[in-house]
Ligand binder design. Sequence first.
Ligand SMILES: C[S@@+](CC[C@H](N)C(=O)[O-])C[C@H]1O[C@@H](n2cnc3c(N)ncnc32)[C@H](O)[C@@H]1O
Length: 283
Amino acid sequence: MTEKKSTKSAPVKTAASVKTNKSTKSAKNTKAKSPQPEKVVSDYNGYDYKKIFWEDADREYEDQADRLAIRRLLPEKMDKFVDIAGGYGRLAKEYLGRAKSATIFDYSKTELKQAKEEFGDKISTKAGDIYNIPFKDNTFDALMMIRATHHFNNMPKVIAELYRILKPGGIAVIEVANKRTLPKMFRYWFRGSDVNPFDKKPSNLKGLNKDGFYNYHPAYIEEVFENAGFEIEEVLSVSNFRSTTLKKIFTPSFLMKLEKPTQKLFAAVKFAPSIYYKLKKPE
Ligand SMILES: C[S@@+](CC[C@H](N)C(=O)[O-])C[C@H]1O[C@@H](n2cnc3c(N)ncnc32)[C@H](O)[C@@H]1O
């Protein structure tokens, strides 16, 4: 790889950014434009994402909401499955019982080591960069990619890579960081936010040339999926009650009682912070 590690501290709390000195070419079979052609990797090496972001933080509701959506969307039986940007395998228990073989692919060797420590031979791991995934065409029956799109500044290229490694008829379950949420609408209307949630262009509060939190309008991302060749089979609205205030008032199990029916009910409006898509690569 030609990546240079940033010697500066990370611009985001979670991970250091690594910029490549190669531009990323647009995917051949996608027409949607990326916001910014330069490749930026959010480098979690040396960062204890598991402990800091999940174990020591108040995110039980979000974790449960992710799990429910995955249980609903992933095929019951899969031969070869890959968890893309799967980190330390937080969600592995949701697919290990359904897949004959499971692999976690991620840039962070720190996290892949943690996955191996926890799951041993039950899981394979592969390190690499999403913009050039080191798997052959048509390898997997199914894949998922959860809580990763906010790191990627070239979604057409990422989605083309996912399409390439899936077999015809294969299923991709992809969580997308949504730009068009209710809190973002309120911030835009009443608090002077310059992020317009109705504008289809991807946003990044840190600036489009920096590592950070890219958010995607549902209409933009759906165009990216369709231009890559995917068919959209199902949509869920996930983490509908992700709010510091609600989490202070209600227990995670109460919020999950609300979450259960609303994942499907609110899918039509797509206002939640996480939108889950079940996509199919045509036969
Ligand atoms: C927020 S974590 C999510 C991990 C896991 N999917 C989950 O939900 O727990 C984002 C993951 O994306 C990985 N990542 C970021 N940029 C990447 C890249 N360019 N290629 C591969 N993985 C990348 C990070 O190493 C990290 O594990």
